[in-house]
Write a protein that binds this ligand. Structure first.
Ligand code: FE2
Length: 395
């Protein structure tokens, strides 16, 4: 019998806000779904953003096949097969190891792993704030269990390839350890108690719903231009403490020093991505890869008072771009809106990569071994923005 049950939320969560976010699915084998079962799973995913299956057996080839069912025309890994392995300048390079037989599936985690799926030895590193953030917690603070978010993101190359529709994350070995406390250190005093090395998720539907009317109007009219090779571009820059933005200090790699790039491969996406099943709008912006913002002018004859950028705008000043995005995104990462998943071995999470942001969290020592398989596939199309009716409704 198939059971669909709400996720177990931590006490930090606002249960009402997260009521429709995520579901645990019992009674289905995600690697062996028949067509009706897959359709159910797919609908649930777009409705709830995240699905959890416990005690799964899911070899890499099955994980790839499952991920591909959500976008059958997709072929390559979200960043391109073997691309990240070979691009040593990308900030993703240290964290992703390609599974040789199934290059769309990546080995991620922490510690040293031997003889894994054709990889003789992998030295995995849990992405942690100490290498990415402008200021870091002291050894003393970390020994007391304080930690930070790493980088809030969408899984997407954001150059040349289209954003994956879903990501599958499969926990093979899960480290044990005491709870940690995420400190936002952004002036809010916010803190979030989390299990060891969770993956944190926030709904970008909630992110949109929470905006003021003025910012909703900007969001329906807004588009974001991403930097070429954004993960190389920002590799030399540092993040703000809560992992939601880059500090603007002029440290990005200049465009002329990036690997070769073409204007035609640069990605410009709407700020809002329309959910393929529910029609809802998700504020789906990768904050640390964004370089410029376009805001369309208000439609003719619409009321202009109180509106931001009534005549439209093209923001190219990074400080201004990041300040606007931060203002729009920060409210939705407040502790009560975060679902930090406490992993158990053999958990499979499928998440709607066009409907939420997620973040690696926590600090692990070398002996806390974490072994995960991750798969997402570059989308076969680009996300769809708000419809004319959406624009009419929100400007
Ligand atoms: Fe990710």
């Amino acid at each position: 019998m198939v059971e669909i049950i709400p996720l177990a939320l931590p006490t930090s969560a606002d249960a009402a806000s997260l009521a429709s976010f995520g579901r645990e699915v019992r009674g289905l084998s995600p690697g062996e779904l028949n067509q009706d079962e897959f359709q159910l799973v797919s609908d649930l995913l777009y409705q709830h953003g995240l699905l959890l299956f416990r005690n799964c057996h899911l070899p890499p080839a099955q994980q790839y096949a499952l991920t591909k069912r959500f976008d059958p025309a997709s072929e390559t890994y979200g960043h391109g097969n073997n691309e990240v392995d070979q691009s040593k300048r990308s900030i993703l390079h240290p964290y992703l190891k390609t599974i040789p037989a199934v290059p769309q599936v990546q080995l991620i985690g922490n510690g040293t792993v031997y003889g894994h799926e054709g990889i003789a030895q992998a030295n995995l590193k849990h992405a942690t704030h100490t290498i990415s953030h402008k200021t870091v917690l002291s050894e003393d603070e970390m020994s007391k269990g304080y930690t930070r978010f790493f980088r809030w993101h969408i899984d997407a190359a954001l150059y040349n390839l289209s954003p994956p529709k879903v990501t599958t994350l499969y926990g093979i070995q899960v480290p044990q350890g005491p709870k940690q406390t995420v400190r936002y250190d952004d002036g809010s005093g916010d803190e979030l108690q989390v299990p060891v090395a969770p993956t944190a998720f926030v709904s970008t539907k909630t992110m949109f719903d929470m905006l003021s009317p003025e910012l909703k109007s900007v969001a329906v009219r807004g588009r974001v231009k991403y930097a070429p090779h954004p993960y190389v571009w920002m590799s030399t820059a540092k993040l703000v403490n809560n992992g939601l933005a880059v500090e603007t200090e002029g440290r990005e790699v200049p465009y002329e020093e990036l690997p070769p790039w073409e204007e035609s491969k640069i990605k410009v996406h709407p700020m809002l991505w329309k959910n393929a099943v529910t029609g809802e709008l998700h504020f789906q912006v990768h904050p640390t890869c964004a370089a410029e913002i376009y805001v369309a002018a208000l439609p003719a004859h619409s009321r202009k008072e109180g509106e931001l950028y009534p005549e439209g705008a093209h923001l190219t000043d990074l400080k201004e771009v990041r300040a606007l995005l931060y203002q729009m995104q920060r409210p939705a990462i407040a502790p009560k809106f975060v679902y930090p998943h406490a992993w158990s071995e053999k958990d499979l999470i499928i998440f709607h990569n066009r409907g939420l942001l997620h973040c690696i969290v926590g600090t692990l020592s070398e002996d806390q071994v974490r072994v995960f398989h991750q798969c997402n596939l570059a989308g076969s199309d680009d996300p769809i923005g708000p419809s004319d009716d959406d624009i009419k409704k929100w400007v």
